[in-house]
Design a protein around this ligand. Structure first.
Ligand code: AMP
Length: 223
């Protein structure tokens, strides 16, 4: 029986950073639909060619495309104990698809990272990603753009094309319109856990781990 963890929250809330750490700590896969789509674009696959313009605009890819990606990914053997889902679901229709996928008795824990809009814009403008290993880095005020090498592997740090300010504003608007309603979809579930994402990353990680243990205990009682 799998227990999947959903990381919910606006762009820049720290979903990717937290999801990566959590997956490594629990020895389960990190499943990021954004990473899967960016890889498809970089490899120039037919899917990549279809979605490139949508990613660059900050809007959402169709529910069918991401549902297919997630369905295939959850069917793989390494997902049998559960995965950390990062960036999926992003619409109520996707959440319904996910509920149907786990209807075999798998459990869902939903961790919702909340951060104010002003903080999100500041964080996204400072976010850089290592081109080689994918490590996510936040530039400090005094780093300016001088810090160009990844501390993990020495790879080049780059800004995601959709972290440019005009695209960020569109992504936040899309979040409010399409993804924020998911909070209402999940809020009444005993396995929904809101977390203050404005804390330092280590404190957020501690709160996330505690929330998941609490939710897992609820699931254990229900079974
Ligand atoms: P992310 O890395 O999660 O911020 O995703 C980057 C971009 O990929 C988003 O702005 C969307 O264009 C697309 N994307 C990722 N996940 C989804 C999803 N679940 N539904 C629709 N589009 C998605």
């Amino acid at each position: 029986m799998a227990c999947h963890i959903v990381m919910l929250g606006p762009p820049g809330a720290g979903k990717g950073t937290q999801a990566k750490q959590l997956a490594a700590a629990r020895g389960i896969p990190h499943v990021s639909t954004g990473d899967m789509l960016r890889e498809a674009v970089q490899s120039g696959t037919p899917l990549g060619k279809r979605v490139q313009a949508v990613l660059d605009s900050g809007r959402l890819v169709s529910d069918e495309i991401v549902a297919d990606l997630v369905r295939e990914r959850l069917a793989r053997a390494d997902a049998a104990a559960g995965v950390v889902l990062d960036g999926f679901p992003r619409t109520v229709a996707q959440a319904q698809t996910l509920d149907a996928l786990v209807a075999n008795g798998d459990a869902l824990v939903v961790v919702d990272l909340a951060v104010s809009a002003a903080d999100l814009i500041r964080r996204l403008s400072r976010r850089r990603v290592c081109q080689a290993c994918g490590t996510i880095v936040a530039l400090n005020d005094d780093d300016d753009d001088g810090r160009q090498a990844c501390v993990e592997c020495g790879g080049a740090l780059v800004q995601r094309s959709d972290d440019r300010e005009e695209v960020v504003r569109e992504r936040l608007a899309v979040y409010e319109r399409s993804t924020a309603p998911l909070v209402g979809y999940y809020r009444e579930r005993p396995t929904y856990r809101p977390i203050d994402g404005a804390q330092a990353p280590g404190a957020v990680a501690g709160a996330v781990a505690g929330a998941i243990d609490e939710a897992a205990a609820v699931i254990g009682q229900e079974r």
